[in-house]
Design a binder for this molecule. Structure first.
Ligand code: HEM
Length: 429
């Protein structure tokens, strides 16, 4: 009989390796993982994963692993259930749906161009060092209003997020407690990062404009703490995910000159006379959307998430008792050779209507920022490829990502060179 903790060390050390070993070509849709005394199953096939994700929250909901996050990110839509969750989700959804094309496209495009104009002055840069703060600036701007986050707050928030993420990744499946001294030091660091986040979030709240999401949240009469936690969640969920994927978008553009050329042509077909992207034509920008989707297939920022069984049930031929944890990994499903031909290759020729494409989750807890996340990645590809030549200076293929709470990209060193104005003018003519 297997030791009840026998998969813990593999899960902590190399979760991607564990998911690959247990998941690729698995003969059963539910594979038992030994991650503690209570039952845990790894959901290895896309069909069963979809059933789990689409379940009613009375049957299957977020569970104990998500509750662990509360210590760091507090209580907000991602950790709440029931009516409270639905109300908050509806408010965020409405705000995003209203602005997604008309207001957000020019705003996001302008922020990307601003960053690009600074980057062409640099000799070289690390992709994620640039895309993470850019994503943070975009999410703050579109949700809370332009200029509400100062560059000092931006840097401090990034730092605090890194501390919180390292702590969360370490504590999710820790087998043995840390030494008392180490535990105390860690607690203090997390507490300090939480306080920094709170101060910044409070500044964001005070500075936000009347049209922002904060005004919309006021209709729900949230307490100051609830509002702070909700803003924090949106800042974290909205930038850490997109920022990670965006680094890979730049990598794929830099390493596929033909692709960059294709995106450049697409950009020219979308432009207004003033040289801006026409939001209404963006829906036809098939190639840049494919780049965004293929990047999320290979490097889904949330590379695993979990659910908990709320009442005894049968799933994929197994009896599951209440409290059973189900782990789903978009990374495994999106790279399983059963679901994708040549799964590790970057190819924009694939169909993303596949049931095995789940970077945003699915069902009642699916990402509420899908449209915005895709839009950011698509605009990044369009704006950067059209204005610059992207050169890769670090090794190709890039190193593997680091699986923390999200999938962190490796160091990808790039250089941007502005494209000649004359070349662009010739192309337009
Ligand atoms: C490429 C970018 C993004 C990816 C890949 C992504 C992925 C995900 C995934 C997989 C989940 C569901 C986790 C689960 O089922 O347990 C989720 C939830 C969530 N995401 Fe995103 N996300 C992205 C961008 C964003 C953005 C821009 C926002 C900001 C509005 C956002 C806000 C949220 C929120 C609030 C939730 C919780 C939804 C709920 O529980 O009802 N995400 N995201």
């Amino acid at each position: 009989m297997k030791h009840p903790f026998s998969d813990v060390s593999a899960f902590r050390r190399d979760p991607l390796g564990l998911f690959a070993r247990k998941g690729f070509g698995a003969s059963e849709p539910l594979v038992k993982l030994s991650l503690g005394p209570s039952p845990v199953y790894f959901v290895t096939d896309a069909k069963t994963a979809r059933v789990v994700l689409k379940s009613d929250e009375a049957d299957i909901d977020k569970g104990r692993l998500v509750r662990k996050l509360r210590k760091v990110i507090g209580t907000s839509s991602i950790t709440l259930s029931g009516v409270q969750h639905q109300q908050r989700r509806a408010v965020i959804h409405e705000h995003l749906a209203r602005g997604i094309m008309n207001e957000f496209v020019p705003e996001i495009a302008a922020l990307i161009r601003l960053h690009a104009s600074r980057l062409v002055q640099e000799r070289e840069f690390d992709a994620h060092d640039v895309t993470a703060p850019l994503a943070l600036r975009i999410i703050t701007s579109v949700l809370f209003g332009r200029g509400v986050l100062s560059s000092g707050d931006e840097a401090a928030l990034m730092e605090a997020v890194a501390v919180a993420e390292a702590h969360m990744a370490d504590s999710l499946f820790r087998l043995f407690p840390r030494s008392p001294l180490r535990a105390l030091r860690d607690r203090r660091r997390v507490q300090a990062s939480r306080e920094i986040m709170s101060v910044i979030v409070e500044r964001v709240r005070v500075r936000s404009t009347s049209k922002s999401l904060i005004a919309a949240f006021e209709s729900l009469n949230l307490t100051a703490t609830e509002l702070r936690d909700e803003i924090l969640l949106l800042l974290l969920a909205g930038h850490h995910t997109t920022g990670n994927a965006a680094a890979w978008v730049l990598y794929f553009l830099a390493t596929n000159p033909e692709l960059s050329e294709g995106i450049r042509k697409e950009y020219l077909s979308l432009g207004t006379k003033a040289g801006e992207i026409d939001p209404l034509r963006l829906q036809r920008a098939e190639l840049s959307l494919r780049v965004a989707r293929e990047t999320l297939r290979l490097y889904p920022p949330f590379y695993w998430f979990s659910r908990e069984v709320k009442k005894p049930m049968e799933l994929a031929g197994r009896r599951l008792r209440r409290g059973t944890t189900l782990i789903i990994s978009p990374w495994q499903i999106q790279r399983d050779p059963r679901n994708w031909e040549n799964p590790n290759a970057f190819s924009v020729e694939r169909s993303y209507n596949s049931p095995a494409f789940l970077p945003f989750g699915l069902g009642p807890r699916a990402c509420v920022g899908i449209g915005l996340g895709l839009l950011e990645l698509q605009l990044l590809a369009l704006e950067i490829a059209s204005a610059c030549d992207i050169e890769i200076l670090s090794a190709v293929p890039a190193s593997e990502p680091t699986p923390a709470v999200t999938l962190l990209p490796p160091c990808i060193r790039l250089r941007l060179r502005p494209r000649s104005v004359f070349a662009v003018q010739r192309e337009v003519a």
